[in-house]
Design a protein around this ligand. Structure first.
Ligand SMILES: [Fe+2]
Length: 376
């Protein structure tokens, strides 16, 4: 090949490489984004097959990108049903709440996230403090979800409920011996109360609800009484507290309602443990039992905001609420769906009507109070 023709060929080849390379770079804008130095490795990054961050950060009529701290099998069923009803694909990034928030922070405006899902109002409040939510005004959401279970300005919406109940050993405690969370601080329960650690957000929200009901000073006195009554140094999850009561380490325990329902169809040991318990909905003669939520909010700058709202509305439909209720044994937030039979068997109960945003926002105050009163 003569020199001139060879040079022309090289120039064309280089041009093609540049054009093709440019197209590739445009289609993967995230790859060109520098990582924020000093951030931790992302535990969710292993889920490459469902990672929406490899897609362009532009609206896609057929997609909603969900960052979810819920890890329940039943959720997959919901995504499939939504896809069948709307044709919209649900891309899920799972992780714990803190690592998902860290990821959102790192991705900044380039984030493909449309919806952030968390368990517990305390976590939703932390996300709110990070400024990740954009308010949503939806008549469907406002009509379907009771006011106490959604943010007053539409930053997030409760999708399922869980009651924080008291269980007690049938053979050692009479039903009329206690009726409220406040009773757990009575010296008669010294060495008999089992409850998990103060690092657990369910307990932080419970304490937040007690601060909302009685003020900080009285709540702290209660907390000291409760700590004095603990049967052991807090350890394990909610189910472990029930197992410990069954094993005779204490007589009363505090646990979320869905754990009890799961134990009823769990291992033979758990079935035996739960059969020895009675379930008590605390505070029925006054403000009602503390109820927490799992919920979600639309992310600021969501590339698929309309789909995110559509998905949220779908999650409050009777069909979706029935799946939530049946799968993870949570209470539906709509009255037209039925709780799972195990939960229904505990009976209906009066709920503390305090807005979840109140004890959510009181999370730090609750945590400091628990620390002061020696709840480890
Ligand atoms: Fe849980």
């Amino acid at each position: 090949m003569p020199m001139e023709r060879l040079n022309m060929f090289r120039t064309m080849l280089l041009g093609l490489v540049l054009i093709f390379g440019g197209v590739m770079a445009c289609s993967t804008p995230d790859a060109s984004q520098p990582e924020t130095p000093g951030t931790e490795a992302d535990p969710a990054s292993a889920e490459a097959s469902t990672d929406p961050s490899s897609d362009a950060v532009v609206a896609d009529a057929g997609v909603v990108n969900v960052y979810s701290a819920r890890h329940y099998d039943v959720d997959d069923e919901l995504y499939t049903l939504f896809k069948a009803q709307t044709g919209i694909d649900v891309n899920i990034i799972e992780g714990d709440s803190a690592s998902l928030l860290e990821r959102l922070r790192r991705e900044g405006e380039q984030s493909p996230a449309d919806l952030f899902v968390a368990v517990d109002a305390g976590r939703l409040h932390q996300a709110e403090l990070e400024g990740i939510f954009d308010p949503v005004q939806s008549d469907t959401l406002n009509e379907r979800i009771p006011e106490s279970l959604r943010h007053p300005e539409g930053l997030w919406f409760g999708l399922t409920k869980r009651a924080r109940v008291i269980v007690f050993a049938k053979d050692r405690v009479q039903a009329d011996e206690l009726a409220s969370y406040e009773d757990l601080a009575d010296p008669k329960w010294k060495g008999r109360v089992l409850i998990r650690s103060s690092s657990n957000v369910y307990n932080q929200s419970l304490v937040g609800s007690i601060i909302a009901a009685h003020g900080e000073e009285e709540a702290e006195t209660w907390c000291r009484g409760l700590v004095a009554n603990m049967a052991r140094k807090p350890q394990g999850g909610d189910r472990d507290q029930v197992r410990a009561v069954a094993a005779g380490e204490g007589d009363v325990a505090v646990a979320n309602s869905y754990y009890l329902a799961h134990m009823m169809s769990g291992s033979p040991e758990d079935q035996e443990a739960i059969s020895k318990m009675s379930v008590l909905f605390p505070n029925q003669s006054d403000r009602g039992t503390h109820v927490n939520i799992s919920g979600a909010g639309v992310v600021k700058g969501a590339p698929n905001r309309d789909n995110a709202i559509k998905f949220l509305e779908f999650l409050t439909s009777d069909a979706a609420q029935q799946i939530f209720a049946g799968g993870n044994k949570e209470y539906p937030v709509v009255t037209s769906a039925e709780p799972a039979p195990e939960l229904a068997a505990f009976g209906s109960f009066k709920e503390d009507p305090v807005n979840a945003s109140v004890f959510g926002a009181g999370n730090q105050q609750a945590l400091m109070l628990m620390d002061r009163c020696g709840w480890r």
